[in-house]
Design a protein around this ligand. Structure first.
Ligand SMILES: [Zn+2]
Length: 61
């Protein structure tokens, strides 16, 4: 009965899945929406969404 594995960080493993590159800033950007109006910038931007971690960024056209 000595082979009981300690589960110290169960959530760390699921976080790691497929997002190692993301953690290093290499997101897999996909165009989420084109020509959406960004209130912060006050103009039309293209919104990108990472297919792996779901991060969102916007870029002015
Ligand atoms: Zn990502």
């Amino acid at each position: 009965m000595s082979n009981i594995l300690p589960f110290k960080r169960p959530s760390a493993r699921s976080r790691h899945r497929g997002s190692t590159l993301c953690r290093h800033g290499h997101h897999k950007w996909r165009i989420d929406a084109e020509r959406v109006f960004d209130n912060k910038q006050g103009r039309l931007v293209t919104r990108f969404c990472c297919t792996r971690c779901g991060a969102v960024k916007t870029r002015a056209l």
